[in-house]
Design a binder for this molecule. Structure first.
Ligand SMILES: *Cc1c(COP(=O)(O)O)cnc(C)c1O
Length: 366
């Protein structure tokens, strides 16, 4: 095989793409994995057996039913999507973000979000050729309402993302600040679509879903990833059909595969199981936060998610020392100046949390 000519790659692949690093996923083999906000609990054995039987009956030779009508109906009902609103399904909410970017990618169009925030808003904007405008949060990670409104008036973004709660800070933004942004986005200073990203909704117990009917420029995005189904890749975007009809044109027609659809339908019939797991994780979150806060030099930030943001004297050192003790967390301190010396840790089972806390306390003292 001839070597690939680098000048040919240069001719074909965009400069900004060649300049990028690959999305890095840490090797977690043999480690206590607390880096990716996964739910540590699987399905109970009886449900796993029932699911196996259900999956055995799936017609793998057939394309998915267009638009997954049954799954959409189940989500609308279980997730209490308001009357008159519909849902659009994505291969994870990552794909929904990418669909939104593609559909909005007019020349000169922009995407705006608070920073530090979820990195896919900026990456997906870049891939689609949109400019990303990041508006810094305040030092306590609350929304800077005035800065947001000023940036919206200046940049006239097509889309504004608000993660509720925010990742990686874990906090819920003030509802009145968010409402001011949604109202400002209806004009005349800026005319924008606002997407509230509720990836951590099971742990937050606050939602904008019930308020969808109040606004014509609001969508609520959710995922099943953080509530225990990260492996099946399913996200949904709820809102007025007039918006979803447009985005549906950009959606790859068979983006939700038959195994994902059958699994999600089955698990939604047993939503109480996932609700109970989320409740347990919320209780564990309080336990871990209190234990961390009691350690000298450690600041724990309020969290409405299944992770905690923690500031330590030296994040890089703590990350390495924890890794040496077989615990993998995420060092987010280089993501943004506001996150200096911050670590993000997923809340897990009582046993894994205890392992983490022991390793953390020992690492502080090394
Ligand atoms: C994890 C996460 C997502 C992505 O979820 P997937 O459905 O797994 O793609 C979206 N938004 C936020 C804020 C997240 O933390």
């Amino acid at each position: 095989m001839p070597a690939v000519d680098p000048t040919l790659i240069e001719r074909i692949v965009r400069d900004d793409v060649r300049a990028m690093g690959a999305y890095h996923v840490a090797d977690s083999h043999g480690l206590v994995k607390l880096d990716a906000m996964e739910n540590p609990y699987g399905l109970p054995d009886d449900l796993r057996r029932e699911l196996a039987a259900r999956l055995a009956d799936v017609a793998l030779n057939r394309y998915p039913v267009p638009s997954s009508a049954a799954l959409r109906a189940s989500l609308r009902s279980v997730m209490k999507v308001p009357e008159g609103m519909d849902v659009l399904l994505g291969n994870g909410s990552d794909e929904l973000i990418s669909i939104l970017s593609l559909a909005a990618a007019k020349p000169g169009a922009k995407v705006l979000a608070p920073v530090p925030g979820f990195v896919m808003y900026a990456m997906s904007a870049q891939f689609a050729g949109l400019e990303f405008v990041g508006v810094p949060l305040r030092a306590d990670f609350t929304l800077d309402r005035e800065a947001m409104l000023a940036a919206m008036a200046e940049h006239q973004p097509a889309i504004v993302y608000l993660a509720y709660p925010n990742n990686p800070t874990g906090n819920l933004f003030d509802e009145a600040d968010m409402e001011a942004i949604v109202r400002a986005a209806r004009g005349p200073a800026s005319r924008s679509l606002v997407v509230v990203d509720e990836a951590y909704q099971p742990f937050a117990q606050h939602s904008w879903m019930p308020r969808l009917p109040e606004f014509d420029n609001l969508l609520v995005m959710r995922t099943v990833s953080k509530l225990g189904l990260a492996g099946i890749r399913l996200g949904y975007l709820a809102g007025p059909p007039a918006w979803l009809e447009q985005f549906d044109k950009v959606r790859p027609p068979y983006n939700v595969n038959v195994l994902t659809e059958a699994t999600a339908l089955f698990v939604l019939e047993h939503a109480d199981v996932l609700d109970a797991q989320a409740e347990q994780l919320r209780a564990e979150r309080a336990t871990v936060a209190a234990a961390l806060a009691a350690l000298p030099g450690v600041t724990v930030y309020p969290s409405a998610a299944n992770f905690l943001l923690v500031r330590v004297p030296d994040a890089a050192k703590m990350f390495e020392r924890l890794l040496a003790r077989k615990v993998l967390i995420k060092n987010v301190s280089k993501m943004h100046a506001l996150l200096a010396n911050c670590l993000r840790v997923t809340v897990s089972t009582p046993q894994e949390n205890a392992q983490f806390l022991e390793a953390f306390a020992a690492s502080l003292q090394d």
